[in-house]
Design a protein around this ligand. Structure first.
Ligand SMILES: Nc1nc2c(ncn2[C@@H]2O[C@H](COP(=O)(O)OP(=O)(O)O)[C@@H](O)[C@H]2O)c(=O)[nH]1
Ligand SMILES: [Mg+2]
Ligand SMILES: [Zn+2]
Length: 263
């Protein structure tokens, strides 16, 4: 199966004709999955740009999930808080992003309708994948960054006769400054069933210093005595909410894998 951003080698089979010979090895592959399906989002991205907005309100659990997916592929992460021209939700959005700021993730505030220059400069030389729930402004950002994209979006929605700009598949646009931008369809869920327990734990980057520090080698970070992660949470070094999210995602992944195996 191919993903947006894949590179292929094409063999010449005649004038103006060719066949795909070979898929070039991917440097990264972002996907989401539940028990039944894997959905490839994009290949060869170097950076994930997580788009949230002042409205509609976003889910910080969704942000955590995307961060896991990005971290598991060792991708750079940038969080964009869009629609700062709508002041109503701004304070709430900032307070929900504060815990990600404390983890060291950069947050850029902007309005896609106003000025995207600050974002443009962070995209140079990267292949950036825009991800986020629908309605956050990913396609609007794409259009602001790449004027030609606007026409194409309109054509696509006319063909589909939806009457509005909706993104139904991921698409890679080259950036005039070098690098590329991938607009992806809005998603409401982001399953991580493809991550095994070890990969999931490592994708919570603040947990990494505590890896191997629990009293029991096979600690589930649940109720075992001497759990380094729980102790760190009690000392306030990691957030209890992130630890609870980890336990929740892990349970979901384990259930998903059990279902996939038909238990
Ligand atoms: N006020 C305001 N509206 C925006 C901004 N960015 C996007 N929108 C609007 O939000 C809606 C959803 O945007 P869209 O780009 O389709 O979101 P996507 O689903 O993430 O691709 C559209 O009506 C946009 O016009 C912004 O910075 N400010
Ligand atoms: Mg869109
Ligand atoms: Zn533990």
């Amino acid at each position: 199966m191919f993903a947006c951003g894949d590179r292929v080698q094409v063999a010449d089979t005649g004038p103006g004709q060719g066949v795909i010979d070979k898929l070039v090895e991917r440097s990264s592959l972002l996907y989401r999955s539940d028990a039944w399906r894997q959905k490839l989002i994009a290949a060869n991205a170097t950076q994930v740009v997580m788009v949230v907005a002042t409205e509609p309100s976003f889910s910080d659990e969704f942000v955590s999930r995307c961060l896991c997916a990005a971290e598991s592929q060792h991708l750079k992460v940038l969080i964009v808080l869009n629609k700062t021209d709508i002041p109503a939700g701004l304070a709430d959005a900032r307070s929900r992003l504060a815990s990600f700021v404390r983890l060291g993730y950069p947050v850029l505030e902007l309005s896609a309708l106003d000025n995207v220059d600050a974002l443009r400069s962070l995209l140079v030389g990267e292949t950036s994948l825009l991800v986020g729930q629908s309605g956050m402004g990913k396609s609007t950002l794409t259009n602001a960054l790449i004027p030609e994209a606007r026409a194409e979006t309109r054509e696509i929605s006319e063909v589909l006769d939806t009457g509005k700009h909706t993104t139904t598949f991921a698409r890679l646009y080259p950036l005039p400054e070098g690098g590329g931008l991938i607009d992806s369809p809005g998603m409401q869920t982001f399953g991580l069933v493809h991550l095994d327990n070890e990969a999931l734990e490592a994708s919570f980057k603040e947990f990494r210093p505590y890896a191997g520090q629990c009293r029991f080698r096979d600690c589930r970070h649940d109720s075992e005595p001497g759990c380094a992660l729980r102790e760190a949470a009690e000392r306030g070094e990691i957030e209890g909410r992130r630890l609870r999210q980890f336990l929740q995602f892990r349970a979901e992944c384990e259930n998903g894998r059990r279902q996939a195996q038909g238990w």
